[in-house]
Design a protein around this ligand. Structure first.
Ligand SMILES: Nc1nc2c(ncn2[C@@H]2O[C@H](COP(=O)(O)OP(=O)(O)OP(=O)(O)O)[C@@H](O)[C@H]2O)c(=O)[nH]1
Ligand SMILES: [Mg+2]
Length: 450
């Protein structure tokens, strides 16, 4: 962090302005050397008008935001050059900065400095990235709540509870002669550990929602050719996205589009009709359909009301567990020839795309399967990524071990070891302890200039 870094912080394209950001010990000095005004003596958090120069040549007319540390994003001096938007000008300003002593920032390096300098914790830093990539209102609300530290507070409070128990254990180790009190402490410890366990479970439960809100949900529409999958997709999207014909095997590749249900992004994927085929292109499509269905969060299995289910249908149906399966019997406007096997227990929706009928129920079924009704609230705060979730799981495992040791009358120092690791795992979520390699990895996923 001894060097001064710079990057284009706005997306590179044609726009009214672009911002080139500089941070580090020489930020002000370097920008001063290419600016026809002076910045060094100026007050912090002020804006200055002037020109970026390369020797005598004027490169751009700019506004410069001067922010002296420590009250800045990185806590170091930051200078932001607001130049005219457009690829050529912005790149030129960046080029001159590089020629005058700046190094090009790595992706996420500004935020990494904010973290390493203690301005934000690791969870908040990850949430900054969630905020940047948020595609829905819900994802944005969740990310900003996490940037604001609501989740951090929850994790800190669990850690504080663990510390209190650890302090108790220390007393018991240091003063073993108070046997009677130890007994009381053990009972209390059991109570507190169980309470913490419940809080960790809540975090893990919420994380499912966090992942849904952040990443959206993939819903695959599958079934034999000609049952009406593409027609269903078009109705759900309210757009003629997929080609519909009465020729079986019309859809060869996947066609997808996104709708929002309860502010959650639902990506609906129409697939090639599944059947035995000698056609090479169709075969590839069929295999793709099966792969997509395997990976999808929800599978809508479509069958034709006007036909009997085939062996292939039944085989396909058996592949998906009921938790992710929704059955839609299409073409209810035609005579019913389908016979639903008795062993199918889950809800079946009957409808058609002509009237249309049953499609609102289909959306409702998606909503219910994912329990989308209560996941969005103004003050929601869920874990959103696998790193965080994995650490809570590890903390929970350590806590469970300490509970077992407590019940098994093990010596208190054994309990203490597991409790300490639970505390440490939770600390890693917010980056109280961290490995450099991991931190590098996290920030490398950020965009350049953030
Ligand atoms: N009567 C009736 N016809 C329908 C209904 N839905 C779709 N169709 C017709 O069924 C035919 C096939 O529809 P698609 O939506 O292309 O079927 P698909 O399942 O995507 O077919 P593939 O792409 O070949 O796998 C078309 O002629 C549609 O107009 C319905 O609810 N009732
Ligand atoms: Mg189709």
């Amino acid at each position: 962090m001894e060097d001064t870094i710079c990057a284009i912080s706005t997306s590179l394209g044609i726009g009214a302005i672009s911002i080139v950001r500089v941070t580090g010990p020489d930020a002000i000095k370097i920008v001063d050397s290419i600016f026809d005004g002076t910045l060094t003596e100026k007050e912090t958090h002020t804006i200055h008008y002037g020109h970026i120069k390369k020797q005598e040549e004027t490169i751009d007319e700019v506004l410069i935001m001067l922010m002296k540390g420590p009250k800045t994003y990185t806590t170091e001096d930051i200078v932001e050059i607001n130049c005219h938007g457009g690829i050529s000008t912005t790149n030129k300003v960046l080029e001159i900065l590089l020629e005058n002593g700046c190094r090009l920032a790595e992706p996420g390096e500004f935020t990494k400095r904010a973290f390493l300098n203690g301005r934000i914790n690791l969870l908040e830093a990850e949430s900054v990235n969630d905020l940047i990539i948020a595609k829905t209102d819900a994802a944005r609300t969740l990310a900003i709540n996490n940037v604001d530290g609501i989740l951090t507070k929850k994790i800190r409070s669990i850690r504080e509870k663990i510390v209190k128990i650890l302090a108790n254990i220390e007393v018991n180790i240091d003063y073993p002669e108070y046997q009677d009190e130890l007994q009381v402490t053990k009972e209390l410890m059991d109570k507190y550990l169980k309470e913490i366990n419940i809080e960790l479970d809540k975090l893990l439960d919420g994380a499912k929602n966090g992942r849904i809100i952040k990443n959206g949900i993939n819903v695959a529409i599958i079934g034999r050719p000609n049952v009406g999958k593409s027609s269903i997709l078009n109705h759900l999207l309210d757009e003629e996205k997929a080609i519909v014909t009465n020729i079986p095997g019309t859809t060869r590749d996947i066609v997808e589009g996104t709708i929002s249900i309860n502010s959650v992004a639902i990506n609906i994927i129409d697939t090639a009709g599944i059947r035995e085929t000698e056609d090479e292109v169709e075969k590839i499509g069929v295999n793709k359909s099966k792969d997509i269905a395997k990976l999808a969060d929800i599978v809508i299995f479509v069958a034709n009301n006007n036909e009997k289910l085939t062996e292939e249908d039944l085989e396909l149906l058996g592949k998906y567990n009921s938790e992710k399966l929704i059955i839609f019997i299409n073409k209810s406007d035609l005579e019913q020839k389908i016979v639903i096997p008795k062993n199918i227990s889950q809800e079946i929706i009957i409808g058609n795309t002509i009237a249309p009928n049953g499609l609102d129920e289909l959306k409702e079924a998606i909503k219910n399967k994912l329990k989308l009704d209560n996941i969005i609230s103004k003050d929601m705060s869920y874990l959103t990524n696998l790193r965080q979730i994995d650490l809570v799981k590890k903390a929970k495992k350590s806590l469970t071990n300490s509970l077992k040791s407590l019940e098994g009358q093990m010596p208190v120092d054994i309990i203490e070891i597991d409790l300490k690791s639970a505390w440490e795992y939770l600390g890693q979520i917010i980056g109280d302890t961290y490995q450099e390699e991991l931190v590098d990895n996290i920030f490398s996923n950020f965009c350049l200039g953030k």
